[in-house]
Design a protein around this ligand. Structure first.
Ligand SMILES: [Fe+2]
Length: 176
């Protein structure tokens, strides 16, 4: 069956309603991203900005575009997050915080077209692209992302602060 964003949202809602939502969404993501070109073809040039395709109390579905040369600051989601890349290359830096000290980089995961990754509710990640192309992906979150009280972090000091546009702009860095 060919990919459509409407169909993907429907499948995400069904998976979120499953008795084991994390496993069901993971399966949906790996099945969907097995053919990244089909996603690219269906989404086309719909890449101007992050777009919320669907949000309710159980599940949120977004198209996501990460700009080149920009380091998205470390943040958590407070709800399970599932990322998939269909175009470009996305580097995920995963951190943990011991007590309230500086963030400790635990893993660097490179996502190429077709790759997916799950992050638990307490997981912290920062993101940048590789090369000069943006990376394009689809994200599913198990909850209503826009109303979750989540945090941004200063990577050097480990200081956490509410995830607001203002704090985001303060922490976003050019990729050197
Ligand atoms: Fe994120």
């Amino acid at each position: 069956m060919s990919f459509s964003l409407t169909g993907f949202v429907q499948s995400a809602r069904s998976a979120a309603a499953d008795a084991r939502p994390v496993a069901a969404v993971q399966t949906l993501m790996s099945q969907t991203f097995a053919d990244p070109q089909a996603i690219a073809k269906a989404v086309g040039s719909f890449i101007a900005a992050d777009e919320c395709l669907h949000e309710d109390d159980e599940v949120s579905v977004y198209t996501v575009r990460f700009a080149p040369d920009e380091l998205v600051p470390p943040h958590n989601h407070r709800i399970p997050a599932f990322l998939g890349v269909y175009e470009g290359t996305e580097v995920n830096l995963l951190y943990r915080q011991v007590e309230s000290g500086p963030l400790e980089l635990t893993k660097r995961r490179v996502l190429n077209p077709g790759d997916t990754m799950a992050i638990g509710g307490d997981g912290i990640h920062a993101v940048h692209t590789e090369n000069t192309m943006p990376s394009l992906g689809l994200h599913i979150y198990l909850g209503r992302l826009s109303t979750v009280s989540r945090e941004l972090f200063d990577a050097e000091t480990g200081q956490s602060m509410p995830f607001t546009d203002e704090n985001y702009q303060m922490l976003v860095r050019p990729l050197l």
